[in-house]
Each structure stands twice: as C-alpha cells, then as structure tokens.
Design a protein. Structure first.
Lengths: 84, 227
C-alpha cells in the first residue's frame, strides 16, 4: 500500500527517511503512536489466554534498562572516581 | 567502597526529565484496565482477584459512609505496593524514599479524616481524646497526651514509610558492598555475607508489602473513628 499507511516493520530500510517524513509529530500524533505501540505489545504478550510471566518480565527489564540509562552519567563518573 | 551511600536517593534527570516522573507513571502500565470479556487474560484475572481481596480486607470494618473512601484507599494501597516493590529492582528509583512525597500523601488524607469527623460528629471525634474509664485526676494529662498523639499521626505515617524503605535500601547497599569487598580476601566470610544479603532481600520484599499495607490500614482506622 502507500508508504504513509504501512506499519514500521513493513517499511524497507531505504524508504525509512521518507516514511519518517510522513509521520505525524504533533502531540496528538505522538500520543496516538505511543498508544498504538502499547496496545500492540499488550495484545501480543499479555492479553493472551495462557499468559505467563514473560510479558510483565519484559516490561520490568525494560524499566530497569531505562533507569540504568537515566543513571548512566552518574554511574560513569562514579566508576571513574573509584578506579582512578 | 561507595563514595556516598545516599546517592541512590537522588533522582537523576536526563534531558530535563527527572527519573522520579517515570517511576511514578510506570505503575500505570502494570495495571491494565479490565476489558469486557467473560474470561480475561491471566494477568488481569490475578489483578482483579488481588484488588477484590484487598478491598474486602480494608473495607469490612468501615460502615456504609466509609465506603466512599474505597477508591482512594485501594488505589493508594496498589500505588504504594507497586512503587515499593519496583524499587527493589536494580538501578530503579523509589519515590517513597523521599519524605516529601510520603508527607504529601499522609498529611492531606489524615487531615481529611480529621475534618470529616469534626464536621459530622464533633462530640464523638473529640470524645476519642479521652479513653473510657480513666481515673479523674489523670484526665487533663491524658487529654494533652491524646491530642499530641493525634497531631503526630501524619508525621508518623510519612516518616514510618520513608524510614523503613530508606533503611532497607541502605542496608542492601552496605551489605552488598561488604560482600564484594570481602570476596577476594576471605571467600568464606563473603559467602556468609551473601546468605545475609539473600535473607535481607526477602525481608525487604516483605517490608515493602507490609509498609504499604500498614499505611493504608492506619488511614482506614483513623477513618473508622471519625466517620
């Protein structure tokens, strides 16, 4: 189909920058993208009939990695200072 | 050796967004809203079971007027429980270690219970300041003592939560530092310290859950007296 309506996984690498230019970067557009992304994650991994710990564990691991990246500057300086 | 063991309680910010904001909003993702299916997914079923269980526990002692507080008490309980437990994961930030946040939660809710009591049944509320059966000479002293204990309740609520969580996190950090420092020197003692660390982590998980429950339970008790 047309480029702007294809989801991200079906866009070829060479067409990526064209696809990004068709994206809606207004607050409503970004909110809509986040909502769609969360809903597809939820539908695929959590909202299944026989779910397990995997769906939530991936979320929690992602949260830990996010916190690590938020702390990274501080951790880097601490590591330099400790092993100076 | 850690340079400062209190660095874990500073909220770092990246691109101007402090981590505490994400830590406060993340529990929202962990509690999906119920859908309208007859049998929902396992996660949702578990969550609903847990919510019904805690709501029943908290609201059984309250009379009918107190049931208006159901939403705020249950959501507060889930909020504190999730935040406390998430803080035990590596590199995460626990907002409830900040006294400012706990006081902001405790003080308005306590004040709301107090004002509800004073407004709707002032005699009964003030009557709580004097326990039954006190000997007459003790009455003035006891009223002063009970008033002090009443006024110190929000402070106690906030500080209890802060102190328990902060102490727990600090202990975990100290003991793990000791373990890593001892590992090259005396592996046997290091093994002992690792056992202590394991037991401490189990304790911390329990403390995280208990402290959230105690906070909300005490609030519901103050509500019972006043509604």
């Amino acid at each position: 189909g047309p480029l702007s309506e294809r989801p991200l996984m079906e866009v070829r690498l060479g067409e990526l920058h064209t696809w990004i230019s068709t994206c809606d970067f207004s607050p409503q557009g970004l909110l809509g993208t986040v909502q769609k992304a969360w809903n597809s994650y939820y539908a695929k991994y959590i909202n299944v009939r026989k779910g397990g710990p995997a769906g939530i564990s991936m979320l929690l691991t992602g949260y830990c990695l996010l916190s690590y990246s938020w702390n990274y500057q501080h951790l880097k300086r601490y590591r330099w200072r400790k092993y100076h | 050796m850690n340079l400062s063991f209190f660095d874990q309680f500073m909220s770092p910010s990246l691109l101007g967004i402090p981590l505490i904001l994400i830590s406060l909003l993340f529990p929202m993702l962990l509690f999906p809203s119920p859908n309208s299916r007859w049998i929902s997914n396992r996660y949702l079923t578990l969550q609903l079971w847990f919510l019904h269980f805690t709501t029943k526990q908290l609201l059984t002692p309250l009379n009918k007027k107190g049931h208006k507080w159901a939403l705020i008490l249950t959501s507060l309980m889930i909020f504190l429980l999730t935040i406390n437990l998430l803080g035990l994961l590596p590199y995460t930030f626990t907002p409830t270690t900040q006294l400012s946040m706990n006081m902001a939660l405790a003080f308005p809710l306590w004040l709301a219970t107090l004002l509800t009591g004073l407004r709707n049944q002032p005699t009964a509320s003030l009557g709580h300041l004097l326990p039954e059966g006190t000997p007459t000479p003790l009455i003035p002293a006891l009223i002063l003592i009970e008033t002090t204990s009443l006024l110190i309740r929000p402070l106690a609520l906030g500080v209890r939560l802060t102190a328990n969580l902060t102490a727990g996190h600090l202990l975990i950090q100290l003991i793990s530092t000791a373990t890593t420092a001892l590992l090259p020197i005396m592996p046997a003692v290091s093994f002992l310290t690792i056992t202590i660390l394991l037991l401490l982590t189990i304790l911390e998980v329990a403390v995280a859950m208990i402290q959230a429950y105690v906070f909300v339970l005490l609030l519901s008790l103050y509500l019972q007296e006043n509604i």
